[in-house]
Design a protein around this ligand. Structure first.
Ligand code: SF4
Ligand code: SF4
Length: 363
């Protein structure tokens, strides 16, 4: 019978064979980070992301503890894939006619599919290994974002990286451009150790956030975060946050772009994450003029679909308003007559903003 340590090492080797860049093992116990989660939800920091609030029959938040959501699990295998590419960071790219789609979303294929396929490969090879070793078939569940588990916390305890002040997982060699996938298993494994927090006295991410979404280091108010506002938020974006959105049309990379640990971040070796050229610094007018059919075609197989067609038009209108470019007044005029009242209102706001910026510059 192989020891838990032997099995842990074997699983990590199999994960690298499946194409992951990093793999580690965490225990299943609740951690100090888990204790903050119920309060974070109670404070309304998750906004409209109701899926984070799913509860069991007794009313306990499933994501608050694996003892609630998967009491059979004995270990968590956390795998990571680097998605960085050689495109400039958002803080050094683009012109006022262009918007920004978050680095993770301009890929050739949706990362959920890519990671899940690799997790399935790991699951298959692990099962074969266990059966050969006479342990029988272990129970496993694989997730990419969809499980009742806060991946980041287990990534820390699996040794993948520390949780930075920007709340992202940071690896000393790879930086923070990491997709995470997890496999819960009934196997007793030897966990890795959490890495040292190397943020030190740095506060670049906190200082750079345009919407002040960090109430404190290591805490994120998702309702103020541009990623939430441009992707998850349905309906109108609160007016007081619109100017801070700048020209971000899907997600935001700023608090990762400014992080010193990403300065030398290596490039991905996963071809599925190479960029679709049109989605890097996309032309705002092109986005604003997409038909529904073109939207479906352009963003097929990318996470951008999550924003929905009218969500992307809303975001493009706000970005055009923030650009201050008078050349956008015509397309905004047409968007202000859009059937969707949220798009129409955003376009109206954007026109007023461009005129206000113009008159400020004229004074
Ligand atoms: S993603 Fe952008 S808006 Fe969100 S916390 Fe980071 S810098 Fe702020
Ligand atoms: S920018 Fe600085 S404080 Fe923020 S995550 Fe990176 S190292 Fe930590």
């Amino acid at each position: 019978m192989p020891s838990p340590l032997h099995l842990s090492n074997e699983i990590k080797r199999l994960a690298l064979d499946a194409g992951f860049d990093l793999a580690g093992v965490s225990g299943v116990s609740d951690t100090s980070e888990h204790q903050f989660f119920p309060q974070w939800i109670a404070d309304g920091r998750a906004g409209d992301m109701r899926y984070l609030e799913t509860r069991n029959e007794a009313g306990h938040l499933k994501r608050a503890s694996l003892a609630i959501s998967a009491p059979w699990a004995r270990s968590v295998v956390v795998c990571a894939l680097n998605y960085n590419t050689d495109q400039p960071y958002s803080t050094h790219a683009g012109t006022t006619s262009q918007g920004w789609i978050s680095r993770y979303a301009w890929t050739q294929r949706d990362y959920h599919d890519v990671l899940l396929a690799k997790l399935r490969q790991l699951e298959t090879s692990l099962t074969a290994h266990c059966e050969q070793a006479g342990i029988g078939t272990p129970r496993t569940w694989c997730y990419v974002d969809t499980g009742p588990i806060i991946e980041r916390i287990f990534a820390k305890y699996a040794g993948i990286g520390w949780i930075g002040k920007n709340t992202c997982i940071l690896n000393q060699e790879l930086g923070s451009w990491l997709f995470l996938g997890v496999m819960l298993t009934s196997l007793e494994l030897t966990p890795d150790l959490p890495p040292t927090d190397r943020c030190g006295s740095c506060t670049r991410c906190l200082d750079a956030c345009p919407t002040n979404a960090f109430p404190a280091p290591y805490q994120l108010d998702a309702t103020k975060c541009i990623s939430y506002l441009t992707i998850e938020k349905r309906g109108a974006i609160p007016e007081d946050l619109r100017s801070g959105i700048g020209r971000q049309v899907f997600g935001c990379d700023i608090c990762q772009d400014v992080c010193p640990w990403n300065r030398q971040a290596p490039l991905t070796k996963t071809p599925e994450f190479f960029p679709r050229p049109k989605l890097v610094n996309p032309e705002l007018e092109w986005l604003a003029r997409l038909s529904l059919e073109e939207f479906r075609e352009v963003f097929r197989g990318t996470p951008v679909k999550r924003a929905k067609y009218t969500g992307l038009l809303r975001n493009a209108a706000i970005a055009m308003g923030n650009s201050g470019e008078e050349r956008f007044l015509t397309v905004l005029e047409s968007l202000s007559r859009h059937n969707d009242p949220i798009v129409a209102e955003a376009a109206d706001w954007a026109r007023r903003r461009i005129l206000a910026i113009g008159s400020d510059q004229g004074e």
